[in-house]
Design a protein around this ligand. Sequence first.
Ligand SMILES: [Zn+2]
Length: 480
Amino acid sequence: MRFFNTYSRELEEFAPRGPASRKIDMYTCGPTVYSRAHIGNFRAYIFEDLLQRHLELRGYKVHRVMNITDVDDKTIRGAREAKIPLAKFTEPFKQAFFQDIDTLRIKQADEFPAATDQRYIDKMIEMIGVLISRGLAYQAEDKSVYFRINKFPEYGKLAHFDLTQLQSTGRVKHDEYDKEHIGDFALWKAWDEEDGDVKWESPWGPGRPGWHIECSAMATALLGEQIDIHCGGVDNIFPHHEAEIAQSEGVTGKKFVRYWLHCAHLLVDGQKMSKSLGNFYTLSDVLQKGYTGREIRYALMRVHYRVPLNFTWDGMKEARESLGRIDDWLIRLREVAGEENVQRPTSNIQRPMKEPAGFESALDDDLNISAALGFLFESIRETNRAIDRGELDASSASGWLNWWKQINNVLDLESEIDAVPPEVGRLANERENARREKNWKRSDELRDQIFALGWEVRDAKDGQKLTRALSGKMLSQPGD
Ligand SMILES: [Zn+2]
């Protein structure tokens, strides 16, 4: 397995810290909870989800931490404008974030530490103290504490950034006067009136942490001084991740991260997403257009993570079509396999097609999802052809279904209706089409037919949900 490491700018063979270790520590930068996250953020979170799931498929145990930034300039400004306490302001955005990752089937991290948790504030203060004692940080006239980048020769290595570009050539902004170097970044921001009651006590006076130290402290507190994989979007590379390295390595003297993986930007209709261009979408904006979480997951996942992804409504339609092909394929395979064969073990199953490991090995190659999906759809085409010719036997169909079950642990793209008998699945697909065409009468008829087969259908935000009907329950009435 190999990944492109931003630090070396090379594809590197992946090996976790301990040579025999199957345990991987992974840190991923999470949301700043001052507004709803946009689909560009979710592209990065889906890439991280795919990475984690693929590592798990390959037998690694992943311990993942994703932080929640619930104190910074934007959250403080939002709380001040809403005239409510900071925690009250950020809470609904935290909840919305968890709801959104659930809709997109993104696996929950093992831990979601919040920056305002006193445990981590204490850790940040401890780390800043060590940096000052080593001459790597200083308190300036404005009472804030800054990292002294000139004392950390590695600074700029992750971003491949020439520090001389940062040399101040003339006047700098007023609030920058107190720093020794224009590139020095704040570790501790001294309290000022704008902060209201948002402040913590520290050896340097009341204030709040800088964004960068939050991640260094939470990563160290929960994963230790050295971690295997650190991810984020490309816009996190500089200065955020560069600063994380300087802080963590400045404190521990040890290499902080083995592999840095960064996800490229999301464009909308070929342009950078911005509120002024009217192409700025949150997840709920896309859901309101009638797309499901599963369809959005597919659309955001299907392009290799290092390639900018252009989000378009045509792309959403293609996502729906692609998933429809997977759904139909599974229904056909289940028909051929027959109910009783689906649960059979994978051994002794003869696969008539080419080696199905093509999917997994594509993901081994720097998580090449485009190639992996290409392999999946090629397999779908070939199997369908074999089914058309009546050449696919039940045990081969079961083999394909078992293979799908395995790769779907990574993709998580199965329609919930696929877990049901083929006949019910077909009716549910038909009902989905009827609802799309707003044919409510037909949709209700189909609901009753599905019920007669022992299944109940419920319409959720991300599509239909099927559950086994409770016995003795009356047929639901149209308009229920
Ligand atoms: Zn971070």
